[in-house]
Design a binder for this molecule. Structure first.
Ligand code: NAP
Length: 460
């Protein structure tokens, strides 16, 4: 059973605890959301778009409160927490502005009659979200589905319950009708029952492969549509013609943003041999320049990981990698503090038989590979069970685009680290999951594309 608690990973202090939801509370929540779905089918999209704009304004007003809470619950540096609120404002405004237009019926050309398809709500969606972006992960699902008219039940990660409660409160404050976003604290068994409930029509999960496969299994068993946004082992390909300054600047965030706890963090640096030493040196200089400290302190650039358990898990993976022959090129000095700090690390000599070769390392560990040529770079990038994001660093953009097209991932950024915005689709292939969030594609995730065709003339 998940224990919903807020634990500050910098001090290990438990500062809030929450009771699990009762079966009755869950049933009432499903009922409320389902009743709202039926009602919203007859209401105007433009009214919901206006509420989303209001939510963006409210997030702006509550930016500092939200940022502080996220930093206390999962440890990210305060500047990044503020940045996360900004991204969420952008997403709400994107759907507030574009939702109605994107949901207009699409005409279809057919000799059989006059046809179009409507884009209608399908019903209540259960959202299971991870802790690494406590606000963003929820807004990614809530904003598009709210415009469509699908109410959301939220099961957030056990370690960010305060953020979950605050989101639900602000959504209500924005004027969203009761039932639009209901936060629950269910056990895994209760979650399975929610997914099985006939009043639920969809399941959206962002999280690990482990969580994803359990929840996708429940969804599949009950024939519920699902989207899975799972882990990644993103390749960061450095071509021989990479611009020196661009490379240096991109390396400064690619592996250490959110202390490396990003699904699309650049976990595998795949470098053409003539730039290998330079990448190692740049990364080392960047890692060594980080300042460990309290994530609420504006000058901190190296915060703790989100929890002690996360630190232990990462350490075990690293130990196994080294035991199997990986070499430590650099590790950050000892940090004399009881917080969940992990010393940033650069590993080389990771061979295909190393246990971490095909594992996601969720923290500030960069694995750097040297390759002979571009074909080997592409082949190594694709030699992964994951297929979420990737980067290509090159001065020749046309060529970088050709390389991008050969990488088996859902996203590729040229001359940059991972990126997200309301209008850009987010998601992956292979074990990184299926479906897309954000953009027009994310808006359609739980839409009923309802065909209407008039064939009167054929039957007169
Ligand atoms: P996680 O353990 O899979 O948890 C995600 C959510 O699923 C949480 O709410 C969790 O609840 C729930 N969950 C986990 N196992 C479950 C099970 N067996 N049955 C029912 N619910 C279950 O993932 P995480 O460690 O929080 O997040 C990190 C992972 O998310 C990384 O792999 C990262 O790459 C991935 N991620 C992917 C994306 C993307 O867009 N592709 C974005 C961000 C993160 P509890 O907390 O209560 O266990």
């Amino acid at each position: 059973m998940s224990k919903y608690q807020s634990v500050n990973p910098y001090t290990n202090e438990v500062f809030a605890s929450y009771e699990n939801s009762t079966d009755q509370q869950i049933d009432e929540a499903i009922n409320l959301a389902y009743t709202l779905y039926k009602k919203m089918r007859h209401e105007k999209i433009s009214d919901r778009a206006a509420i989303l704009q209001k939510l963006a304004d409210i997030l702006r007003e509550h930016k500092e409160e939200f940022a502080q809470l996220m930093t206390k619950e999962m440890g990210k540096v305060i500047g990044e927490s503020r940045g996360e609120v900004d991204i969420c404002i952008n997403i709400c405004e994107y759907y507030a502005k574009n939702g109605e237009k994107l949901l207009e019926p699409t005409p279809l050309e057919t000799p059989l009659g006059s046809a179009y398809y409507l884009k209608q709500a399908t019903g209540v969606v259960m959202a299971c979200e991870p802790w690494n972006f406590p606000l963003y992960q929820v807004i990614r699902v809530f904003a598009p589905n709210f415009v469509v008219g699908n109410p959301i039940l939220l099961k957030h990660a056990h370690n960010v319950p305060g953020s979950a409660e605050l989101i639900a409160k602000l959504v209500k404050q924005a004027g969203a009708p009761e039932g639009s976003l209901i936060n629950l604290f269910p056990s895994y068994d209760q979650l399975a029952n929610i997914i099985a409930d006939p009043r639920i029509q969809g399941v959206a999960l962002t999280g690990s492969e482990r969580g994803g496969s359990s929840v996708a299994e429940e969804a599949g068993k009950n024939l519920k549509k699902s989207t899975m946004e799972l882990g990644g082992n993103d390749a960061f390909i450095v071509l021989s013609d990479a611009d020196k300054t661009v490379l240096k600047n991109v390396l400064a965030t690619a592996r250490t943003y959110n202390d490396g706890q990003v699904c699309t963090s650049s976990k595998r640096m795949i470098v053409l041999k003539d730039r290998y030493e330079e990448v190692l040196e740049e990364l080392k200089a960047h890692f060594a320049s980080l300042k460990a400290g309290n994530p609420l302190d504006e000058t901190t650039t190296l915060p703790p990981l989100n929890s002690e358990q996360a630190k232990e898990k990462l350490q075990k993976q690293v130990d196994a990698a080294i035991a199997a022959g990986a070499k430590v090129y650099y590790q950050y000095p000892e940090i004399d503090h009881e917080g969940a700090f992990f010393r940033p690390l650069i590993l080389t000599n990771v061979t295909k038989d190393n246990p971490i070769f095909d594992q996601e390392l969720f923290g500030p560990v960069a694995v750097v590979y040297s390759v002979e040529d571009e074909d080997e770079a592409i082949s190594l990038a694709n030699d992964s069970s994951y297929g979420l994001g990737s980067s290509v660093i090159s001065s020749d953009i046309k060529h970088a685009q050709e390389v991008a097209s050969q990488i088996e991932t859902g996203m590729t950024v040229i001359n940059g680290p991972w990126i997200t915005s309301g209008e850009l689709p987010f998601g992956g292939v292979k074990k990184s999951g299926y479906g897309r969030e954000l953009s027009e594609l994310g808006l359609m995730a739980f839409v009923n594309e309802h065909l209407v065709i008039d064939v009167t003339k054929n039957n007169q």
